[in-house]
Design a protein around this ligand. Structure first.
Ligand SMILES: Cc1ncc(COP(=O)(O)O)c(C=O)c1O
Length: 392
């Protein structure tokens, strides 16, 4: 099997396609939460036009009146082909997949399959805030295993958290974010294999959110958790949503390894009534026909990661960060600026730029902000200018 990541596509950089005036006409969360004098570089939506194959698939469906209930396994087949071509993984078996409305609702359903009320769920803080909210709302208890050096999984800390979580014979799960939001860390095969061995030793079930998997930096290989030795009883959630900006077109896939197929089979049938037929059409088209567009996006994101590093070095050298290996997010350590626990509040109030506060990301989040790089170089530059202006 050959991996073919990041082929040169010849497509224009989608991050350069839209003007601010056009973006401000959008009605989604990123553009409507703050007043118009605020530049929004926060929630994970991208400032890109939709990929042409997705537009075509949706407009064809609408023209045909093909707006009924979904049928078939086209989404899973498209993802399986994408996974084989992109990551060299031929282990995504269509019969071990289920369609779910979105990744977070899929996470909730997978956790319900392997834990009961009151059971612990381990997460690597700082992490995507809904990992706390959704898990707590489903009456599970979050146990933090903070990331260690280099914002990577610390196996000793993880093992200690597994010990605590399973004390007294409790059922426990590890909700792994791979690649990791907000740090953009891509876990290596060796790290994931070690995680699987630890989980096996402590009887902890692994549910892995792989929504950012297609968005790796050039030269970085994503490794599917279910593909590593010991990962066969994991449950994964994947979606085209982040990589093709399809959050408004709900559909995601839950994927079982060979040893968790029986668990996935217990997922209640009504869960698969959530995703819309149009969402499935859009996600399938993206995975099947949208890889040239994705490659152009990834090249643009690489440029933006370099641009951000240059801009920070020039205008805000006290901020430290590690360029992300994946995602279109950057996690900025602002503690040396002396702005307290919530620098995002200061950047918003004084600089009129909206970033994510690090606080809801859990332990390790205070004094940090998350910035969204999926915008034009001009708007990214303006965002950093506003951040610097907030300090004047
Ligand atoms: C790690 C992670 N999981 C899940 C989601 C949300 O996905 P969905 O809209 O499919 O629930 C996001 C959105 O940014 C995310 O970053």
């Amino acid at each position: 099997m050959t991996r073919i990541p990041h082929e040169k596509s010849g497509e224009p950089n989608p991050l350069r396609a839209l003007t601010l005036d056009r973006l401000r006409r959008r009605t989604s969360m990123k553009w409507r939460t703050y007043p118009d004098d605020v530049l929004p570089l926060w929630v994970a939506e991208m400032d890109v036009p939709q990929a042409e194959p997705v537009v075509r698939a949706l407009t064809d469906a609408l023209a045909l009146g093909d707006t009924g209930y979904p049928a078939g396994t086209g989404y899973a087949e498209a993802l399986a082909a994408f996974a084989e071509k992109r990551w060299g993984w031929d282990g995504l078996a269509v019969e071990r997949t289920a369609i779910v409305p979105d990744v977070m609702l899929g996470v909730v359903e997978m956790l319900k399959l392997v834990t009961g009320p009151g059971d612990p769920v381990v997460v690597n803080s700082p992490v995507y805030p809904p990992f706390y909210q959704f898990v707590e709302h489903m009456d599970r208890q979050v146990v933090e295993a903070p990331l260690g050096d280099g914002l990577r999984i610390d196996l000793d800390t993880l093992e200690e958290s597994f010990r605590r979580a399973t004390r007294g014979g409790r059922r426990a799960a590890f909700l792994l974010c791979s690649p990791h939001n907000p740090t953009g860390t891509v876990h290596t095969a060796a790290e994931l294999t070690a995680v699987a061995a630890l989980a096996d030793r402590h009887g902890v079930r692994v549910v892995v959110d792989e929504i950012h998997a297609p968005i790796t930096a050039v030269g970085i290989d994503f490794v599917p958790y279910l593909s590593v030795t010991g990962g066969e009883n994991g449950l994964s959630l994947m979606s085209a949503s982040k990589a093709w900006n399809l959050a408004g077109l709900k559909a995601a896939l839950a994927i079982a390894g060979p040893d968790s197929a029986a668990d996935l089979a217990r997922m209640p049938e009504e869960v698969s009534h959530g995703p819309s037929h149009l969402g499935i059409i859009a996600h399938s088209a993206a995975l099947r026909d949208g890889t040239d567009w994705l490659d152009a996006l990834l090249a643009g994101l690489d440029d933006n990661r370099r641009l951000l590093a240059d801009l920070l070095a020039e205008h805000l050298p006290a901020i430290t960060h590690r360029p992300a290996e994946a995602t279109y997010l950057a996690w900025l350590d602002c503690r040396a600026l002396g702005l307290g626990d919530d620098p995002a509040e200061v950047f918003l109030r004084r600089g009129r730029v909206a970033l994510n506060s690090g606080i809801p990301f859990g332990t390790g989040g205070a004094g940090h902000v998350r910035i969204n790089l999926a915008t034009s170089p001009e708007l990214l530059t303006e965002g950093v200018r506003r951040m610097a202006a907030a300090l004047d």
